[in-house]
Design a protein around this ligand. Structure first.
Ligand SMILES: Cc1ncc(COP(=O)(O)O)c(C=O)c1O
Length: 453
């Protein structure tokens, strides 16, 4: 049992007795399992103050980390390739304030739906600074994007033909890119998006664009996957796109404006299947940059702009979820269960990450195997599988770290309201980026048929 520092003269705090079964996994060759250290503030703003102001649960983002990540990535890439463009992947987090920060840093927009396109336009991006991906671009969305000069990445032959019809009908000659899927070393192939390289389909699509005479081929795009921990995969993808670019240049005189290697860099999160924690396993931006430039080095002629649509690696580490313990319980197998006010409805990514979670206040007592449940009356609502965690009382708070990517876009309004999202500014101030929901926000979208009224 540990002893706690107590003010001189006062009685030591009571520590409830805990029996912790000897467990394999407490130690490994990298030493003892990391013991939790409390996180009491975010960029100098106390978590108590944030919760007192906005309530719990609460998503909090650090402006400092958002900007620093963008600058790190841009400078790492620019050291290896002369022309670099980062296009902010809207689906990763499309809160206006987050997008504004990245656009302010110089990012273009990367969108995958008519809704995201509208959001990018609403934030002041001209079509010519928007890369438009995705397998579903209905005619009105495609037409608007082509007419506004957006960089459309064609996904399939039907879409290619539709783009040609729009070009004819509207009397325009847009520049387009083709999305390509390929086998890249060390990562499973995502073959459902774009045209396949190995089967020759990507070449056919490029030739089809060129022979149609209605569209200009200005780019090649490829997004090999997400949370790709192996930089060599990008070397491989770069090499294959460079070979195709050279072939198109030699055979058809095509000079590409850009090669877009999509997103996929890992954040400092930890996948469930991962052995080492993210902070040790995640490659630096420089390692990805080196692999990409090595892969693209074979390109002949003027170098195209390298476009990246990095999402999670820019925003994940800037996001925190503060949650409050509602209750303790003991499971039949001896583990402790914690009931929290935030569940998988808010933390969708808990299905595949072992999120880093720490207490938000000083604690005492021995850590014991603990599983964390959310508030949903659903068996799947587990936000953190068994981990060693110190004793918590109802009202104590926890901080989930590296949760800025995909959660505030994929969260669900299910059983409870979605909570507010707050930004801690570089100036030390904090403010709402999204209000919490209430009954009114839900009812706004509901109608009661007249005969039931
Ligand atoms: C086309 C495209 N670009 C970029 C991204 C962002 O990927 P990530 O968040 O892994 O960087 C995605 C995500 O799936 C995507 O589909």
């Amino acid at each position: 049992m540990s002893t706690n520092p107590t003010p001189q003269g006062s009685r030591p705090a009571y520590e409830r007795p805990v029996i912790v079964r000897h467990q394999a996994g407490l130690m490994n060759k990298y030493s003892r399992t990391r013991s939790a250290r409390p996180q009491t503030e975010i960029d100098g703003v106390s978590i108590d103050e944030l919760v007192e102001t906005y309530g719990s649960p609460l998503f909090v983002f650090s402006e400092r980390t958002l900007r620093a990540s963008y600058r790190d990535l841009h400078s790492a890439m620019s050291r290896y390739w002369p022309k670099v463009r980062l296009s902010w992947s809207y689906k990763t987090n499309y809160l206006d304030a987050v997008c504004r920060i990245f656009h302010d840093e110089g990012a273009w927009a990367e969108v995958v739906s008519g809704f995201e396109y509208e959001k990018a336009r609403h934030l002041g991006n001209p079509g010519s600074r928007i890369h438009f991906n995705g397998p579903h671009k209905p005619r009105p969305d495609l037409e608007r994007a082509l007419c506004e000069g957006a960089l459309v990445h064609l996904d399939n032959f039907d879409e290619l033909a539709l783009a040609e019809r729009i070009a004819t009908d509207r009397g325009i000659r847009p520049g387009v890119a083709i999305r390509i899927n390929l086998a890249a070393e060390g990562t499973p192939q995502w073959s459902r998006f774009g045209f396949n390289l190995e089967s020759g389909q990507a070449r056919d699509a490029a030739r089809r664009v060129l022979s149609g005479g209605k569209l200009d081929l200005i780019g090649l795009h490829c997004h090999i996957g997400t949370f790709v921990l192996e930089p060599a995969a990008y070397r491989d993808a770069g090499r294959k796109l460079a070979a195709l670019a050279n072939e198109l240049r030699a055979d058809h005189g095509v000079q590409l404006d850009f090669i877009d290697l999509g997103g996929g860099f890992a954040s400092h999160n930890t996948l469930k299947a991962q052995y080492l924690p993210g902070e040790q396993a995640t490659p630096s931006f420089s390692r990805y940059a080196e692999a990409i430039s090595d892969g693209l080095a074979a390109i002949e002629g003027p170098q195209p702009t390298l476009v990246l649509e990095t999402g999670r690696a820019l925003v994940d580490d800037a996001g925190f979820l503060v949650s409050t313990v509602q209750a303790n319980k003991r499971l039949p197998d001896g583990r402790r269960g914690l009931v929290l006010d935030a569940g998988v409805n808010l933390l969708f990514t808990s299905f595949w990450y072992r999120h880093d979670v720490v207490p938000a206040q000083a604690f005492h007592g021995l850590p014991e195997p603990t599983v964390m449940y959310g508030p949903l009356c659903m068996n799947i609502d587990v936000v953190r599988d068994t981990m060693l965690f110190p004793p918590m009382d109802p009202g104590d708070r926890l901080v989930f770290r590296n949760v800025g990517a995909y959660n505030v876009t994929q969260w669900m309004q299910f059983i409870t309201y979605r909570p507010p999202v707050v930004l801690v500014g570089e100036n030390g101030k904090h403010a709402l980026m999204r209000r919490g929901e209430n009954l009114q926000s839900i009812l706004e979208h509901e109608e009661v048929p007249a005969w039931l009224a």
